[in-house]
Design a protein around this ligand. Structure first.
Ligand code: ZN
Ligand code: FE
Length: 243
């Protein structure tokens, strides 16, 4: 099942227990973000026509990179990631610095730094259509702060918040239901959050995914994206870790 948005074709590829990888195509070219499972990734590319130009990595955790080498080799794709984290990633064919772009069938894919979950975490922004944000932002939540500081993580979320509100957020995990419960606990009077939580409960009860999600919908409902300061972010993150 593929989603068309602003000239891009986006396919959600479930893998492992609750990971989502993403296949994004434009102008006949395609990129695969965070292939944990090579077999699942290869199957998805074959179903979409069998062409793959790029394997894009958001961060070094195994559940985002384990299938990268086999997937790239199968289709002759180039592996790209954050140059600053190259030592912890599979061998990069293209090592990018934050702000640099690659070409995807005539469209620009910009890598931006989004440290916090890990210090080398990056997000790939596909034109004005979509952002593959790995474990930085989840719907109604965010990743655990394994390496970064609250100031770094808050700044990363603010960088995502500044993208075009119609951007589809391609998050790395289906954690929305548990995030919704925490969100309702810390922001019980937020009507947009209550509506999203109800939608998420319906979707999950039916076995349906909650992603991708429009940035505009997260801006009104996600407590971590709405945190006004690094201190508020730190309080929320610590509370969620204990929730
Ligand atoms: Zn991770
Ligand atoms: Fe992950």
């Amino acid at each position: 099942m593929a989603i068309s948005h602003r000239g891009f074709t986006i396919t959600r590829v479930p893998m492992l227990a609750d990971n989502y990888a993403w296949l994004v195509a434009h102008g006949g070219a395609s990129a695969f973000v965070d292939p944990a499972d090579a077999a699942a990734a290869i199957g998805a590319v074959e179903d979409a026509g069998g062409r793959l130009d790029w394997v894009l990595l958001t961060h070094h955790h195994d559940d985002h990179i384990a299938g990268a080498v086999a997937l790239a080799a199968r289709f002759g794709a180039l592996i790209a990631g954050n140059a600053a984290d190259a030592a912890r990633l599979p061998k990069l064919d293209v090592a990018l610095a934050p702000g640099q772009t690659i070409d995807l069938g005539g469209a620009a894919v910009r890598m931006i730094a989004t440290p916090g979950h890990t210090v080398g975490h990056v997000t790939y922004v596909f034109g004005d259509a979509a952002a593959a944000c790995g474990d930085t932002l989840f719907s109604l939540g965010c990743g655990r702060m394994f390496e970064g500081t609250p100031a770094q993580f808050h700044a990363s979320l603010q960088a995502l918040a500044a993208l075009d509100p119609e951007t589809l957020m391609l998050c790395g995990h289906e954690y929305t239901l548990s995030n919704a419960r925490f969100g309702r606990h810390v922001d019980p009077d937020n009507a947009a959050l209550a509506a999203r939580a109800a939608e998420v409960e319906r979707l999950r009860a039916a076995g349906a995914p909650t992603l991708p999600v429009r940035l505009a919908d997260e801006l009104v409902a996600n407590p971590f994206l709405r945190a006004a300061s690094a201190e508020e972010f730190a309080r929320l993150r610590a509370a969620k870790d204990r929730f």
